[in-house]
Design a protein around this ligand. Sequence first.
Ligand code: HEC
Length: 224
Amino acid sequence: MLFKKYKTTAIGLTACICFLLVYSSCFYDDKSKPNLEYMPDMYRSPSYETYSSYQNYSNDSVKQTGITARTPVEGTVPRGFLPYPYSNTNDGYEMAGQNLKNPIIITQEVVDQGKLMYTKFCVHCHGDKGDGNGMIVANGKFPAQPPSYMGDVLMALPVGKMFHTLEFGKGMMGSHASQISQQDRWKIISYITTVFQGRTKIGEQQMAVEMPKAEEPKTETKKK
Ligand code: HEC
């Protein structure tokens, strides 16, 4: 009888209490820490997450900086990118011209690959005929016309200087070092000297001097 009388109130009260309990779990001060977790490690892995901040982590070097991404050790060389030994100066340019030779054998495949990359990275300025009349030069969007590959100046330009220009850029031409690997840059140069300039032939190997080695890295690797 009594229960029946207060049935609605009892259900209402229970609902209220349940709601408050559930709702209260949404409020806790430290948002960086989870509330009650069931089998936490399943989704909160104890390993570092790249680029996350771990200010309170016990590892000292991480603690100091708060970040998990480390700078590579001194002397680290990215895959496919050998150290380039000449500086971005006139002297470096001259030295590269004297010492750097095309290290790859010019085959038809190399020339074809060079052409493909030329049409991606160079053609809009230098033009498909190599005369410096690329699309953005012809339509007036680019202020400086590149010299023709067939002109006297570039016909006589040592390939080492070409490579140096691709490494650091020159005048209005930007550096291509971060976009094109060294190997691929030599393929583009092979394409230019063979197809536009005719000063190299298929089957030719230019390399007389090896690309000088950069200084040995100073840090020693620990032997295990
Ligand atoms: C944004 C336009 C532009 C692009 C893209 C560009 N160049 Fe150039 N390039 C120039 C200009 C302008 C010059 C003349 C630079 C100077 O002598 O001041 C030049 C000069 C050169 C020279 C002569 C360098 C020297 O030492 O005198 C070579 C070789 C060359 N470019 C090759 C390339 C190759 C290969 C590519 C593609 C990987 C390329 N360029 C992409 C604009 C461009």
